[in-house]
Design a protein around this ligand. Sequence first.
Ligand code: SF4
Length: 361
Amino acid sequence: MTTSGDGAGRRASEGTEERYRRRWRWDGVSWGTHCLNCLATCPYRVYRRDGEVAFEEVGGVLPPVEEGVPDLNPLGCQKGSGWSVQLSGEDRVTHPLRRVGERGGGEWERISWDEALEEIAEAVVEAIDLEGPESILFEETVEGGLLTQSPFLRFAGLLGAVTLDANGLVNDFPTGHHITFGKFSCASTVDDTFHSDVVLLWHSNPAYTSIPYFHYVTEARYRGARVVTIAPDYNASAVFADQYVPIRPGTDAALALGMCQVIIEEGLFDEGFVCSQTDLPLLVLTGTGRFLRGARREGGGPGGPVLLLGSRGGPSPGEPGHAHARGRAAGVAGTVDGQVARRFGGRGHHGLRVVAGPSRR
Ligand code: SF4
């Protein structure tokens, strides 16, 4: 850039150009990814300069999973693209620190690795002596991935200490999903979102928490899908929705049960799928909230097989034991849960986004 006829101005612009060129100079390129509390493992080109990471760039090399469906590219997010800044950041902790002030006071002193290991070892031995190994808790992190998890999990296992589930710790484990379907995840690949006729964004804000995959929601909408967001706040994902359903926090279950009622009453469900893959047909005693079992129906104790709606010996809709709930408690007008239920029930290809990452942030 040489717009100035003045010599000093030219030197200044040449300096800017040089700085720009230096910023984007590199000595070599490698493939890399991140473990920032994330399962996406996006392929990144990592550019090196003087033995350090200079910058990163999304790879954009993934082939389509299915013909006619957009590919996964560009798979990446702002956190990943800025990761190398954190890698060489001044506030990155690279050595042991010991608290010297009040807890929460933020006062620390640097100690050697030998001192740190000795103090930790003494505390571990003391805890085992006084209370036993179960008194030691290892809090997992997904940071660093399996490479960092494996050694300390092995250490905890040898001690007999307690470890927590990393997926649960980072809110990555949809417990209700597991209880209902018996699997951690029973979804198809994320690009299948593109085939959806209805995309229901519920208990999630994927524009923030599932950044590399969110484009499938907007691409599905462009294809003709209707996007519905159920959330207490008009969040970043709601901006892309055709319908936004505000809900009072903590009332999702009531709304879901109300929708189930509409779907069941109006026969909008795939009976074979629901009966074989979910607990919807299991009958619940309205008084106790427990499953209705054969022995109790016959006047006996609590044992016997659980009864399904329509099974031999089971009650019909409306009889005691056939539990219904309605979404009024959710603070949503009754017609809204019916509308959403009808949209989500019935024929068609529906996507329910259950995403990794903190929900509703
Ligand atoms: S989603 Fe972001 S943090 Fe996770 S692997 Fe991809 S770029 Fe890295």
